[in-house]
Design a protein around this ligand. Structure first.
Ligand SMILES: Cc1cc2nc3c(=O)[nH]c(=O)nc-3n(C[C@H](O)[C@H](O)[C@H](O)COP(=O)(O)O)c2cc1C
Length: 173
């Protein structure tokens, strides 16, 4: 059977959806059959040999649909190669340094430990004042996070290429 890859994501303002689409594009170009879906639209992982799951970060947490997906599919994910990513920090510099070492939500750590992902990435995010509500704008002002699109498409492409290499190198199971 052909291997099939799922890229699932949680987003509020669409920035993470575009990152997921980019990852999907890289995987397809590498010859992998790949579906890209919002995490709350996928209920069965049976068709998928591997899963990439990502979310925008809000106050140190993942979007509910991504967190729910991780919890609901814990066992199926533990049985497959999985890659996790978050998109959040804005500003120049290393994204993990910008988040003071934050890599994934504390509340999900026991599940992440069980799943044993191949990698857990943090990518820069995007803050668009036109998309934020008043409370969000107020919160962002408090933490002085820079507005703008800081997504690093080269870093995202190179991470996705590594995934394609790993999956291309392993025989379907
Ligand atoms: C109210 C609010 C809280 C946020 N909290 C965090 C945070 O705790 N850590 C972080 O790295 N980014 C945080 N961000 C930045 C978002 O993660 C970033 O804008 C991301 O690209 C949003 O993804 P989305 O467009 O897919 O929803 C926050 C943004 C908003 C508006």
């Amino acid at each position: 059977m052909d291997s099939q890859v799922l890229v699932a994501y949680g987003t509020k303002h669409g920035g993470t959806a575009e990152i997921a689409e980019k990852i999907g594009q890289v995987l397809r170009e590498a010859g992998l059959r790949t579906d890209v879906h919002p995490a709350d639209r996928v209920s069965d992982l049976t068709p998928y040999q591997a899963v990439v799951l990502g979310s925008g970060v809000y106050i140190g947490r993942w979007r509910k649909e991504a967190a729910t997906f991780l919890k609901a599919n814990e066992q199926a994910l533990a049985e497959r190669p999985v890659w996790l990513f978050s998109s959040g920090p804005t500003g120049e510099g290393d994204p993990v340094e910008l988040t003071d070492g934050w890599r994934s939500p504390n509340a999900l750590q026991p599940i992440v430990d069980h799943i044993q992902p191949r990698d857990v990435a943090v990518f820069h995010g995007v803050l668009d004042a036109k998309k934020m509500n008043l409370i969000e704008k107020w919160m962002i002002k408090q933490v002085k996070a820079p507005l703008g699109d800081f997504r690093d498409w080269d870093a995202i492409t190179s991470w996705a290429t590594t995934i394609a290499d790993v999956l291309g190198a392993s025989s379907p199971r």
